[in-house]
Write a protein that binds this ligand. Structure first.
Ligand code: NAP
Length: 254
């Protein structure tokens, strides 16, 4: 969609979601923003209003399926939603040990079920209108299982494949689906990493690339391209070649 007017962004209180909210903020736009930290979310909303967009915020956990459905349908009934960016997500690593089941469950709940809860209440409504756009935030980590972050990689692979399949199913209904696969982006999520992140970029720069890709209804918005190409190559090579190399990578903390 070239000029979406009413836009949902989950996880808008920080990082990529915040940068997208500020980038889309303009006169004539209505932004519907969620997060969990009220102070940070309201600060983003205030900055959005300064750019002459209208904005509504709500504090809702994306794992709360009923809460998300109630909020999304109420907002959509007020002003039909053009674009929903399912961005909220969490990450955690193993810190060099083995991931415990509770951490893995929590990552799946937020990153996978949370994305489902953010898009599914809107799909029948967009189908009825014959228009709409969904953006699912995955990651370059969703192309290969990286040691130290099993649940994070698997959750992002699930989102990527789900979105790719959904794209073909929803295209005949006039609904665009894009899967967004960023590399390393500066945010609260990466601020805790104690290792060198290749091609680390600012969230504002990432938001511009995402907005451009969504305007062109790209199925996959993967960036930066050299890191994307490298990860595709890693994923294509046999594990016997790549596992020893990957085993030496530093691990994200738990
Ligand atoms: N940064 C990267 O390098 C990178 C790379 C690839 C993909 N991504 C993906 O990009 C997305 C945004 O990440 P980010 O880097 O911008 O991280 P971030 O700064 O930590 O922002 C994450 C956002 O998600 C929200 N959130 C987390 N859990 C939530 C929950 N259960 N319910 C509702 N909201 C929740 C947070 O809200 P509160 O802070 O208010 O709790 C925050 O607004 C994530 O899906 C992430 O996996 C990031």
């Amino acid at each position: 969609m070239r000029d979406p007017r009413t836009i949902v962004i989950t996880g808008a209180s920080s990082g990529i979601g915040q940068a997208l909210a500020l980038l889309y903020a303009a006169a004539g736009r209505h932004l519907l923003l969620t997060g969990r930290d009220r102070g940070r979310l309201e600060a983003v909303a205030a900055a959005v209003r300064e750019r002459e967009a209208t904005v509504e915020t709500t504090i809702v956990d994306v794992t709360d399926a009923d809460g998300m459905a109630v909020w999304l349908t109420a907002m959509d009934s007020q002003t039909p939603i053009d674009l929903c960016i399912a961005n909220a997500g969490i990450s955690a690593g193993t810190g060099g040990g083995v991931e415990d089941a509770e951490q893995a469950r929590r990552i799946f709940a937020v990153n996978v079920a949370g994305v489902m809860n953010s898009i599914h209440p809107l799909i029948p409504r967009m189908q009825a209108r014959g228009r709409g756009q969904l953006a699912l935030i995955s990651s370059l980590a969703g192309f290969r299982g990286f040691p130290g972050a099993p649940a994070y990689c698997a959750s992002k692979a699930a989102v990527r494949l789900y979105g790719e399949a959904l794209r073909s199913d929803l295209a005949p209904h006039g609904i665009g689906v894009s899967v967004v696969c960023p590399g390393f982006v500066r945010s609260r999520m990466t601020a805790v990493n104690r290792f060198r992140m290749p091609m680390l970029m600012d969230s504002e720069q990432a938001a511009v690339i995402i907005q451009r890709g969504l305007a062109a209804n790209q199925g996959r918005i993967a960036f930066p391209w050299p890191l994307y190409a490298f990860i595709r190559l890693l994923a294509a090579l046999p594990g016997s070649l790549t596992d020893p190399l990957l085993a030496r990578l530093p691990r994200k903390g738990q």
